[in-house]
Design a binder for this molecule. Structure first.
Ligand code: ADP
Ligand code: MG
Length: 632
């Protein structure tokens, strides 16, 4: 007698069930994927008791009565027949094991009707034991009801988390499925209550806005060799406290991927504050044979043949759009911020003033005489642009008590020296910008508040601009573009500046010395644990240089590659910018303020300081009207 025997099919199915349907959310995913594979345009999901009872109704192509029992067999599938097909997957299911696995651990009722059928057919299975097929009433499509999930496998039942946690997992999964299928209507009921209804949309962008409930989102695209990424994302004012609102899809499958998540964060670098996360949905696509999406039935992970291409495509897709700062109101057609669209104000739209809030007509004469609208007067604009006398005062102002910025105390003593640096950022030669009507320079400067904020207005709001943050961004962008264009004033050191770091770091940083040279920093080996700096840009202070080089070396050791260099450059520029620009607590003349605003127009990302803090705060007149009780 042999000890080895082949397992009974029910046992095999139960083992498989443990893998495929670890928790109810996985089961829901399998069922909805089947519906979508069947061409459904409407999917209705109901779940109760943390998913121990689930019903999925679709209007797909249905199944032949004779196929009902087959659908519950292991390795029964209508989707592939040979191994070659495994590499050309277009549909979601392919293993033919989901229904068999689910049937093994539940009471399953399968009802289906094809377009030509006179009525529906129904098959009930209890823990894998199939009953006879019945004729029943039912509309076209397939309905699968799962009850008593895991009741024959108490260990699995115990493994489930709280109903609330399982419900959340189900809803998150369904969100992901809806995101990846914008043209499918989804309706979701939790314990009998409608929790979501997402009608079909026309585009992925529309779907994202619908599901994440954010009115205006932006799109970006990038291709790196055979990897293409498409992203829909919120502007950086609109952030989350966790990474949960970063949704990633590979070949339109929802995935978890740390590297791609890092790529998203990377794109938002210098736009978000610490602890802030972007809201973004990203699709990555490549040739089917360059990605493995079948690593595990439930672990939503993929393996790209060239992970760095995927990383760069994702970062590029976001960055290409972020860099144009599309959320900054465009001048010309309308200067109204998107949140104050005319349609929202009672649905009335006027030809020609489309997009203008109704209150504008009402309040304009009183609150803002037309002659004050400096940005409508082009002759005035030209005169303004002809003045190029902008520079910040080089005299330290004794206004320290107003300083509100962290680290102000230690930077204060740098101030005299710093303000000299400031002038180098205001190279008059580079100021010859054409008089384009940028958003920031279109704002009418009213004055300075608390020696910190530039107070401005336009047709529909008051805008406060943080002078330090704004100037910091301008300086940062200018440094970055100088670096990218290789235009930096270099100072040679008579004696190389010696910076001590670990031999490993020294070796690492020297491998990138030619890249670093583009930064204007010339380095050489002085010893196994010492790097010598022969030359550095004029604007970089020595104290910052050693800190930054050490950090840079550390990053190169950890990650290598040129990406970390760019980041290091960003760090240097951010640090430099922060220490060399106008501070809070410094009096500015109207001309200086106007000049700063004009400079902001040269750099689209001026609405954020390099540390991600917002640069401006808006106070719409609409809100003022409300606060004064003029309107309700
Ligand atoms: P797979 O999806 O991997 O093929 P499943 O066990 O999920 O395996 O489903 C088995 C088969 O049952 C499918 O190949 C399909 O033919 C059929 N099927 C399952 N769900 C549906 C549905 N909602 N509508 C039509 N056919 C379905
Ligand atoms: Mg399937």
């Amino acid at each position: 007698m042999s000890d080895i025997h082949v397992l009974a099919p029910e046992v095999v199915d139960q083992i498989a069930a443990g893998e495929v349907v670890e928790r109810p959310a996985h089961l829901v995913k399998e069922l909805v994927e089947n519906s979508i594979d069947a061409g459904a345009t409407r999917v209705h999901v109901e779940f109760f008791d943390g998913g121990r009872m689930v019903k999925v109704i679709d209007n797909g192509k249905g199944m032949a009565p004779g196929d009902l029992p087959k659908a519950l067999e292991r390795f029964a599938t209508s989707k592939i027949s040979k191994t070659d097909d495994l590499w050309k997957l277009r549909t979601f299911g392919f293993r033919g094991e989901a229904l068999a696995s689910i049937a093994a651990v539940s009471k399953l009722t399968l009802t289906s009707r094809r377009p030509g059928d006179e009525q529906a057919h129904q098959l009930i299975s209890e823990y894998g034991k199939k009953k006879d097929i019945d004729k029943v009433g039912g509309s076209q499509g397939t309905t699968i009801l799962i009850e008593n999930l895991f009741e024959n496998t108490p260990a699995r039942l115990k493994f489930l988390k709280s109903d609330a946690a399982e419900n959340t997992a189900i809803k998150t999964t369904l969100k992901a499925m809806a995101l990846s299928h914008f043209d499918v209507e989804m309706r979701i009921q939790e314990n009998g209550k409608l929790v979501a209804f997402w009608p079909a949309c026309k585009s992925r962008k529309e779907r994202v806005e619908q599901i994440l409930e954010i009115k205006t989102m932006f799109e970006g695209e990038a291709v790196r060799e055979n990897v293409r990424a498409y992203a829909v994302f919120a502007d950086p004012h609109n952030v989350a406290k966790t990474a949960k609102n970063i949704w990633l899809f590979a070949q339109n499958r929802w995935i978890q991927d740390r590297s791609l998540q890092a790529a998203v964060n990377e794109a938002y670098r210098n736009l978000l504050m610490h602890g802030e996360y972007p809201i973004a949905v990203v699709w990555v696509e490549t040739d089917p044979d360059c990605v493995d999406v079948n690593i595990h039935p439930t672990k939503s992970q993929v393996k790209f043949q060239e992970p760095s291409l995927a990383f760069r495509a994702v970062a590029g897709a976001l960055r290409s759009t972020l860099e144009t700062a599309p959320w900054v109101p465009k001048m010309g057609a309308s200067s109204v911020s998107p949140s104050f669209g005319g349609a929202a104000q009672g649905g009335v739209e006027f030809k020609g003033t489309q997009g203008l809030p109704n209150f504008a007509a009402m309040t304009k004469p009183a609150a803002m005489p037309t002659e004050n609208l400096a940005f409508d007067d082009s002759s005035l604009k030209v005169t303004q642009f002809q003045k190029k006398d902008f520079s910040f005062p080089t005299v330290n102002q004794p206004k320290v008590s107003y300083e509100t910025l962290a680290g102000a105390a230690e930077s204060r003593q740098n101030f005299v020296a710093d303000s000299a640096d400031v002038e180098s950022f205001n190279d008059p030669g580079s100021e010859a910008t054409p008089a384009s009507a940028g958003y920031w320079s279109s704002l009418e400067v009213l004055g300075q508040a608390n020696l910190t904020y530039i107070v401005t207005q336009n047709r529909d709001k008051i805008v406060f601009v943080d002078q330090h943050a704004a100037h910091e961004r301008v300086a940062f962008e200018r440094l970055m573009s100088a670096w990218k264009g290789g235009k930096i004033d270099i100072q040679d050191f008579l004696f190389p500046l010696a910076i001590d770091m670990s031999p490993e770091k020294v070796e690492a940083i020297l491998t990138l010395s030619s890249d670093i040279e583009r930064l204007g920093v010339h380095i050489e080996a002085l010893g196994p644990g010492t790097v010598g700096v022969k030359a550095a840009p004029l604007f970089i202070k020595e104290s910052i240089l050693s800190t930054v080089l050490d950090r840079m070396a550390g990053e190169i050791v950890e990650q290598g590659g040129s990406y970390s260099l760019e980041r290091a450059v960003g760090d240097i520029c951010a640090t430099m910018a922060c220490h060399s620009v106008v501070r809070a607590g410094q009096a500015l003349s109207i001309d200086q303020m106007k000049n700063l605003l004009r400079e902001m127009d040269q750099f689209p990302l001026s609405s954020f300081c390099p540390h991600g803090r917002p640069v401006s705060v808006e106070y719409p007149f609409y809100k003022l009207e409300k606060d004064f009780g003029r309107i309700v």
